[in-house]
Ligand binder design. Structure first.
Ligand code: NAP
Length: 292
């Protein structure tokens, strides 16, 4: 298929590379020049990339970035053609997605939100999981592309529901990791070895995918970004905004947001969100570590 891929960050670049490897005709664009993808053509603007494409796929930072790419100067809007499908794998506000979809529908363009789970490793390995909002017929036509980048797709409903599900997922990751980090900090202060506590967690009902994934990084104190703290901070805020719009109260997440606000103030935005542990350590005057 002819695909324009817009946004070559941690996730977008390997996703575009997997599309090209699978034999699709890929044109890529990135805001900052100098990023390209083997086997793909590089365009100078989103409009140029989208020219003649059957599918325009985006993976950029946030709601504002998606709006710029679609409707800004030299945006995709200039190259819309009837029958085209726009897919958004960024994590953004569900309400904005609904508005963007309405704006292109009059031009005969389908809009599918398809945010992703699985971080850099899954993007590189083509094992992402997509949670999707959009019409079934449009999603059906995208299946070869999903198959090139991921291992599973889950349709959550019509346009916007993919992003709604993504926010519901990420708020849980933030809360689960916070619970893990608080448990580790208290245990360290009380003299329990971190590796012993993690073995215990993994043998009991306290275990979780989040802990399994993050524990080895925490033990190595490797806070290089798999999922940057600034993006989790953005997702927490998106979830709180969506909750406000829907008149839902999320008191646990409101507290966790304060920790991320402080971490951002401390300059941790480009570290992994696992680095929020270091704030708890600082307040407790202890370092989480293992003798083994
Ligand atoms: P990233 O490495 O920070 O890349 C962000 C991309 O967005 C870059 O290509 C950046 O271009 C572009 N961008 C930012 N602002 C822009 C603007 N105003 N106009 C146009 N382009 C703009 O982020 P990522 O990790 O790939 O994440 C991308 C999306 O996937 C985010 O919504 C994130 O929440 C979501 N996500 C990430 C992960 C993960 O583990 N990393 C997992 C699931 C979902 P420049 O190169 O010019 O800065």
């Amino acid at each position: 298929m002819r695909v324009a891929f817009l946004g070559l960050g941690i996730m977008g670049r390997p996703m575009a590379a997997n599309l090209a490897k699978a034999g699709h005709e890929v044109t890529v664009w990135n805001r900052s020049p100098g990023k390209d993808v083997e086997g793909a053509r590089t365009a100078a603007t989103p409009a140029e990339a989208a020219q003649g494409a059957e599918v325009v796929w985006m993976c950029v930072s946030d709601t504002q970035a998606v709006e710029n790419v679609l409707f800004g100067e030299n945006g995709v809007e200039n190259s819309l053609t009837p029958g085209m499908t726009i897919v958004d794998s960024s994590t953004i506000a569900p309400s904005a997605t609904v508005k963007f979809a309405e704006r292109v529908r009059d031009r005969g363009v389908h809009y599918v939100d398809a945010p992703i789970t699985g971080s850099k490793v899954a993007a590189e390995g083509g094992t992402l999981i997509f949670m999707i909002g959009g019409e079934e017929a449009a999603i059906e036509g995208l299946k070869p592309l999903f198959a090139a980048m991921g291992k599973k797709i889950c349709r959550m409903g019509d346009t916007g529901k993919g992003h709604a599900a993504k926010l519901a997922m990420n708020l849980q990751i933030a809360l689960i990791y916070e619970g893990f980090a608080e448990g580790l900090t208290l245990a360290a202060k009380l003299g329990v070895d971190a590796a012993d506590l993690i073995s215990l967690i993994n043998a009991t009902m306290v275990r979780s995918g989040v802990v399994e994934y993050k524990a080895p990084f925490v033990l190595k104190r490797d806070f290089t970004p798999n999922f940057p703290l600034r993006l989790m901070h953005k997702d927490i805020r998106l979830a709180l905004d969506a909750a406000k719009e829907a008149r839902v109260k999320l008191p646990g997440l409101e507290t966790v947001e304060e920790i991320y606000d402080l971490a951002m103030e401390e300059g941790q935005q480009d570290l992994d969100y696992a680095a929020t542990l270091t704030l708890l350590e600082k307040w407790a005057g202890v370092e989480v570590k293992s003798a083994t």
